[in-house]
Design a binder for this molecule. Structure first.
Ligand code: C2E
Ligand code: MG
Ligand code: MG
Length: 496
C-alpha cells in the first residue's frame, strides 16, 4: 500500500516537473486531471476518501492518460494546436541556412478589442478559426506556428508573390461568425524573402518582425529590405547609449529666443536638447526623444532637462538676466508626479515659477485627458505658463482645445510653409488666430525664416514668433553675448 502511495507521488512529481519544464500550464493540467478522475470514478461515486486503494486506481489511470497526451502537447499551442515559438526555433534550426522561400509574419491588429468587446471565450474561438483558415490556405506553407497572442508565422519553401499575400490577407479578413455578431479583423503582414543567407533563426525572426513593423500603410503588407536592421541597430544603439550620455554630459541644452511682434523684444526662450554622440555624431532630439519614450527612459531625460533648465534660470537670475524659459514635456512625463517634481526643482534653485513655461503637443494633452488637465491646472496655479506645441500637425481643433488649461498655441512650421502657396491655408490661419485670441490664447508661430513670413504674421495679428529670422538656438554663453541686443537686461516682464 505504502509503495503504491510513494509510486503515485513520484509519478505526480514527475508529471509536474515535465509539465512545468515544457511550459505546460499547471492550471490546465490540474483541471484535466480532475476531469479524468471524475470520469474514472463515475461509477464508484460517492468517493470514500478513507479508502485509499480505491482512490489510487482512478488517480493512476488519469495520470497515465495524461502522460500519454503530454508529448503531443509539448511545443504546441494548446488553443490552436499549432507549433509554438519554441518548437519553431527547433524545427527551423536544422534547415539553416535557409536560402530560398519566405517567412511571413501575420499580426491581427488590435485583437485585444475582440477580447474586450466579446469576451475571451469568443476571442479564443476567433483565434481557432483564424488558425484553421491558415491551415486551409491553398498554397500550403511548409510550416505554420503561433508566435504569441495574435501573431502567426508561416514558412514557405518557395518565393511568395504579393498577389498570394493579398489573397491570404483577404481570406483572413473575411468576417468570423462566432456567437451573434460577425467579427472582422485587420491583418498586417511582414515578409522576409529568403533569397540571401540569413545568419541564424533569431536573426531571421528579427528581420521578419521588422518587416511587420513597416506594414503601417495600405495594403499593410511590407517586405524586409536589405539594411532595415541597420536602422534598427542605430535605434538600439541610441537607446543603449542614452544612460551613458546622461552621465558623461554628452547632452546639453541650447536656447532659442522668441520675439514679441509688437514690441520686437525677446519675451521667452525655448530650451532644446542637443546630443553629441561620440560615434554617431550629433543626434536630433526629434530622433532620440521618441526612442527614449518608447524605451521608457524619457522620465530620466526630462528630469535632466528640468534640472538643467531651472539651474540655467537661476544662473541668469544671478547675471541680472530675466528671461522666461520654456521646456518641452511629453505624455510619459505626465504619468508621473510632474507637479511635485517641478515645484521641488523651482524651490531647490529658488527660481520664480513665472519664469518657467511648458510646451506640450496635442498628443500629450489628450493622453489621459482628465489627469493631465488636473496637473496642468495645478501647474498654472503656481504661475507656470503652458503652450500647445506643434499646433496644426495633429488633429487640431480649437473647439476641443477651448476647455484645456493652456495659455498659448504654437503654430507649427508646416502650417506656416503652406501660407504663401495655398490661399485656403491663409484663411485657416487667419480664422485660427482670431478664434485663439477670442478664447484667450496667445499665438506663437514657429519656424519663421523670412521677412515676408514675418510681415504676413504681423498682419494676421500673431503675438510671438520663433525662428531663424529672429534667432537660432544657441548655447547659454552665446545668448548672454546677445543679451544686450535682445534687450534681456531691461523691461522684461515675461508676459507674452
Ligand atoms: P519643437 O519643440 O517644435 O522645437 C522647434 C524645432 O524647430 C527645433 O528643432 C528648432 O531648432 C527648430 N527650429 C526653430 N526655428 C527654426 C527655423 O526657423 N527653421 C527651421 N527649419 N527649424 C527651426 P529641434 O531642436 O531639432 O527639436 C525638434 C523637436 O524635438 C522639438 O520640436 C521637440 O518636440 C523635441 N525636443 C527638443 N528638445 C526637447 C526636450 O528637451 N524635451 C522633449 N520632450 N522634447 C524635445
Ligand atoms: Mg517646443
Ligand atoms: Mg514645435
Amino acid at each position: 500500500m505504502i509503495y503504491l502511495l510513494i509510486g503515485v507521488l513520484v509519478l505526480l512529481s514527475l508529471v509536474m516537473a515535465v509539465s512545468i519544464w515544457r511550459h505546460y500550464r499547471l492550471k490546465r493540467f490540474i483541471h484535466r486531471l480532475a476531469n479524468h478522475v471524475r470520469e474514472q470514478t463515475e461509477h464508484t461515486l460517492p468517493l470514500d476518501f478513507t479508502d485509499v486503494p480505491a482512490l489510487m486506481l482512478p488517480l493512476y489511470t488519469a495520470f497515465k492518460a495524461l502522460l500519454r497526451q503530454l508529448p503531443a502537447n509539448i511545443g504546441r499551442d494548446p488553443l490552436t494546436g499549432l507549433p509554438n515559438r519554441a518548437n519553431l526555433k527547433k524545427t527551423l534550426a536544422p534547415l539553416m541556412p535557409l536560402t530560398h522561400g519566405a517567412l511571413v509574419l501575420l499580426n491581427i491588429e488590435q485583437f485585444r478589442f475582440v477580447n474586450d468587446l466579446f469576451g475571451f471565450h469568443t476571442g479564443d474561438k476567433v483565434l481557432q478559426a483564424f488558425a484553421l483558415r491558415l491551415r486551409q490556405f491553398s498554397s500550403q506553407p511548409r510550416f505554420i506556428a503561433r508566435m504569441g497572442g495574435d501573431e502567426f508565422l508561416l514558412f514557405f519553401d518557395t518565393v511568395v508573390e504579393q498577389t498570394q499575400l493579398l489573397t491570404l490577407q483577404q481570406l483572413l479578413q473575411q468576417p468570423y461568425l462566432v456567437g451573434n455578431a460577425p467579427i472582422g479583423l485587420k491583418v498586417k503582414i511582414g515578409v522576409l524573402q529568403l533569397a540571401t543567407d540569413h545568419a541564424d533563426v533569431s536573426q531571421m525572426l528579427r528581420r521578419v518582425d521588422l518587416a511587420l513593423k513597416k506594414a503601417t500603410q495600405p495594403p499593410f503588407i511590407a517586405q524586409y529590405q536589405h539594411g532595415d536592421d541597420q536602422a534598427n541597430q542605430r535605434e538600439m544603439s541610441i537607446i543603449n547609449s542614452l544612460p551613458k550620455a546622461l552621465q558623461q554630459q554628452q547632452l546639453y541644452l541650447v536656447y532659442q529666443p522668441k520675439q514679441a511682434l509688437v514690441s520686437g523684444q525677446c519675451v521667452q526662450a525655448e530650451a532644446l536638447m542637443r546630443w553629441e554622440h561620440p560615434e554617431l555624431g550629433r543626434i536630433s532630439p526629434a530622433e532620440f526623444i521618441p526612442l527614449a519614450e518608447c524605451a521608457g527612459m524619457l522620465g530620466v531625460v526630462s528630469d535632466w532637462v528640468l534640472d538643467a533648465a531651472v539651474a540655467q534660470l537661476a544662473r541668469w537670475q544671478q547675471q541680472g538676466i530675466r528671461l522666461p524659459l520654456a521646456i518641452n514635456l511629453s505624455s510619459s512625463d505626465f504619468e508621473q508626479d510632474v507637479v511635485g517634481k517641478i515645484s521641488a526643482k523651482l524651490a531647490e534653485y529658488q527660481v520664480d515659477a513665472s519664469l518657467l513655461a511648458l510646451e506640450l503637443t496635442e498628443r500629450t494633452l489628450v493622453a489621459n485627458l482628465p489627469d493631465t488637465q488636473q496637473k496642468l491646472r495645478e501647474l498654472r496655479a503656481l504661475g507656470i505658463k503652458v503652450a500647445i506645441d506643434d499646433f496644426g500637425t495633429g488633429h487640431s481643433s480649437l473647439a476641443y482645445l477651448k476647455d484645456l488649461p493652456v495659455d498659448e498655441i504654437k503654430i507649427d512650421k508646416a502650417f506656416l510653409d503652406d501660407l504663401l502657396i495655398n490661399p485656403n491655408a491663409l484663411k485657416i490661419m487667419r480664422c485660427s488666430i482670431q478664434l485663439a485670441h477670442q478664447l484667450g490664447f496667445s499665438v506663437t508661430v514657429e519656424g519663421v525664416e523670412t521677412a515676408a513670413q514675418r510681415q504676413l504674421l504681423v498682419k494676421l495679428g500673431v503675438d510671438v514668433i520663433q525662428g531663424l529670422i529672429f534667432a537660432k538656438p544657441m548655447r547659454a554663453a552665446e545668448l548672454v553675448c546677445h543679451a544686450e541686443k535682445l534687450h534681456l537686461f531691461s523691461n522684461m516682464d515675461g508676459d507674452i
